[in-house]
Write a protein that binds this ligand. Structure first.
Ligand code: A3P
Length: 296
């Protein structure tokens, strides 16, 4: 995949310095102020678009695998033959949205954008948003590992340093707290659907059924089982079209995209003091938001 801006093949992680657009940090690989302005002001969403929106590391690609399988009645041929960024292009990434512009509806699209930078055309459209939330402590841990081997992100530095950056929103795509708060404003819209990573793990069949209805597909129980099986962590880990092992964007020697796929891994990483600090910041920033799950 060739991306706008820097040439990924000749890059090392130390070459990356984020730029700021409207107060949010972005990587210069694949996006730019021009692209972000274009996406916000000119990119047209269609009524039958399905857009998976997440803060990075919240289970985006898992949701994309599930949606791709649902669209094909549980048949894994498509998700095993087409890279995920072609199946469900990220609209804020240059080459991806160029592809999205050529797709015929219904399109499966993806975005990590905070609501204030999302296409304005959404406001008057019936496009459906599938928003996936994950325990921010697990997002933090997943992001830390991911930033070490995703060449497009700045080096995370030491764990303590990364914790501070994450809590202050000085990471790619900005603050987790602001992202969630911004998107939660839409919670009462009929075309906004909230899912959590933790609930997908607890009850995948129930969530697949709900998602099938959102996509207007009436899957029978055999097809639902096929989606559940083919979207499992182990099946996805072996799927080269979803596991990011085939792209130069990742330094495979320093980590794996399909890392652990569990809830609560933060307990293996945060010290008692770091956890208490995280809880204090969380309380301060989210105390008035009643609609999001209480994580352990
Ligand atoms: P970990 O790093 O905690 O393992 P995103 O797609 O938003 O970048 O999120 C990546 C996270 O989702 C990673 O978490 C990855 O392992 C996890 N993930 C991907 N596919 C999964 C699946 N089928 N089941 C459970 N977790 C999955």
């Amino acid at each position: 995949m060739r991306l706008a801006g820097k040439h990924i093949l000749s890059m090392s992680e130390s070459d990356i310095t984020y730029f700021t657009h409207k107060g949010i940090l972005f990587t210069p690989v694949g996006t730019s102020v021009e692209i972000l302005n274009y996406v916000e002001n000119e990119f047209q969403l269609f009524d039958d678009d399905i857009v998976t929106v997440t803060y990075p590391k919240s289970g985006t690609n898992w949701m994309l695998e599930i949606l791709g399988l649902i669209q094909h009645g549980g048949d894994p041929s498509w998700v095993r033959s087409t890279p995920v960024w072609d199946r469900c292009p990220w609209i804020e990434v240059h080459e991806c949205h160029q592809k999205a512009l050529k797709y015929l509806p219904p399109r499966l699209l993806t975005s990590h954008l905070p609501f204030q930078l999302f296409p304005k055309s959404f406001i008057h459209s019936k496009a459906k948003i599938i928003y996936v939330l994950r325990n921010p402590k697990d997002v933090l841990v997943s992001s830390y590992h991911f930033s070490k081997f995703f060449k497009v992100f700045e080096d995370p530095g030491a764990t303590e340093e990364f914790l501070e950056k994450f809590l202050r929103g000085n990471v790619a795509y900005g603050s987790w707290f602001d992202h969630v708060r911004g998107w939660m404003e839409l919670k009462d819209r009929p075309n906004f659907f909230l899912f959590t990573y933790e609930d997908l793990q607890k009850n995948l069949p129930g969530n697949v059924e709900k998602l099938s209805q959102i996509l207007g597909k009436n899957l029978n129980s055999q097809q639902i089982n096929a989606v559940v099986e083919n979207a499992s962590f182990h099946k996805m880990k072996d799927n080269n079209m979803s596991n990011f092992t085939q792209t130069p964007l990742f330094d495979q020697s320093t980590g794996k995209f399909m890392r652990k796929g569990i809830s609560g891994d933060w307990k293996n990483h945060l010290t008692v003091a770091q956890n208490e600090y995280f809880d204090r910041v969380y309380q301060e920033k989210m105390q008035d938001i009643k609609t999001i799950p209480l994580w352990e």
